[in-house]
Design a protein around this ligand. Structure first.
Ligand code: SF4
Length: 351
């Protein structure tokens, strides 16, 4: 069961409570390059991204938020480190949320100013604790980076905002260690009811990060912890959005896009299944409708799986048998298999 958390809004997107887990990503363009940033956000939107974060490195980047926002549909969060003036400028430029740690912006007066601006604009703040940038004092106290130190850092930042009566916030506790991240979120989830933004940070290159994120985010969501997620990949951010939906699908939390099931292949396989499955998986990423497509190597186990799916193929010698909602439709030569299957998927998507 989902942990009980309070609800906040980033733009019009609700986060927390009983609302579905929200999918986020972050651009890797130069935010000052409005055209490139808008182009990437549009791709992310298309992939199902519901909130986007951009790095605000200077005043020019903060000002660019206004122009970026004119061309995009989803709420935008400004990611700021250390400089409270960038937070003020981002809010003034129309940012829907801030990611900033009040503890490292240089004192209470500055925190007060940021809070005032956020209050006026109804802009939530994400406290983003990162294991890689923990306060030296906490490191000295605990002797090393650990979940307890991360939680203490989060609690100190939360207190700073609560002391100013500011509670429009969410919290993240990211580390590149799956177990440390899980421990930290579990501990914090016991202490506060703010919505939690969950992710494994600096997770690594594509495949490694996919495994880490699926495990870390997956375990937490399974325990009901997590109101919004970001899958961090050293790769195209559009892939992050796809991966997030796959994790949510596997946990039966949200359904979006095509689930491609394919067999591991074995000595019975007589078609080039690995290439066929890879092609199909790649070419269906733009489809929003939840569909199950099976790409199976032979007629031993193939037809069974293919029948369970909305669409499926089971390979034979140089051909494939097409199944639709459990019925055999036709026999297709291998050369035309991908094309035919995609045509069928598109038709099903339109219905
Ligand atoms: Fe082997 Fe057929 Fe099973 Fe694929 S579906 S692993 S080819 S038995």
């Amino acid at each position: 069961m989902k942990r009980k958390s309070r609800v906040i809004y980033v733009g019009k997107v609700p986060i927390g409570g009983e609302y579905p887990v929200v999918v986020q990503s972050m651009t890797n363009t130069d935010t000052r390059d409005v055209e490139a940033t808008v182009a990437q956000i549009k791709m992310l939107q298309k992939a199902g991204c519901e909130i986007v974060r951009v790095a605000v490195v200077d005043q020019e980047a903060a000002r660019a938020i206004r122009s970026i926002k004119e061309s995009i549909l989803i709420p935008l969060v400004a990611d700021i480190h250390f400089d409270y003036r960038l937070a003020l400028a981002s809010v003034a430029a129309g940012a829907d949320g801030l990611r900033i740690n009040p503890g490292n912006i240089g004192g209470e007066d500055k925190v007060r100013e940021v809070v005032r601006a956020c209050n006026d604009g109804n802009v939530p703040i994400r406290i983003g604790v990162n294991a890689g940038s923990l306060d030296k004092r906490l490191l000295a106290k605990y002797g090393q980076v650990c979940a307890e130190a991360m939680v203490e850092s989060a609690m100190e930042n939360i207190k700073m905002l609560e002391d100013l009566s500011y509670t429009n916030l969410k919290v993240s506790l990211k580390s590149s260690s799956v177990m440390m991240t899980i421990d930290a979120y579990r501990m914090l989830a016991e202490k506060v009811d703010y919505p939690l933004h969950v992710g494994i940070t600096e997770a690594g290159t594509r495949e490694r990060a996919l495994i880490k994120s699926a495990l870390g985010i997956g375990m937490l969501l399974y325990e009901g912890i997590g109101d919004t997620i970001r899958v961090s990949l050293t790769a195209d951010p559009v892939d992050e959005v796809w991966a997030a939906y796959e994790i949510l699908r596997m946990l039966n939390l949200r359904q979006r896009g095509v689930e491609v099931i394919s067999c591991p292949t074995c000595g019975r396989c007589e078609i080039d299944l690995i290439k066929t499955a890879e092609k199909v998986d790649k070419l269906v990423r733009h489809i929003e409708k939840p569909l199950k497509v099976a790409v199976m190597g032979c007629v031993v186990n193939g037809p069974g799986e293919a029948r369970e799916a909305d669409l499926g193929v089971a390979g034979g010698r140089g051909f494939g048998i097409l199944f639709k909602k459990g019925e055999v439709v036709k026999k297709i030569p291998q050369a035309a298999l991908v094309e035919e299957l995609l045509r069928e998927i598109e038709t099903m998507n339109e219905k």
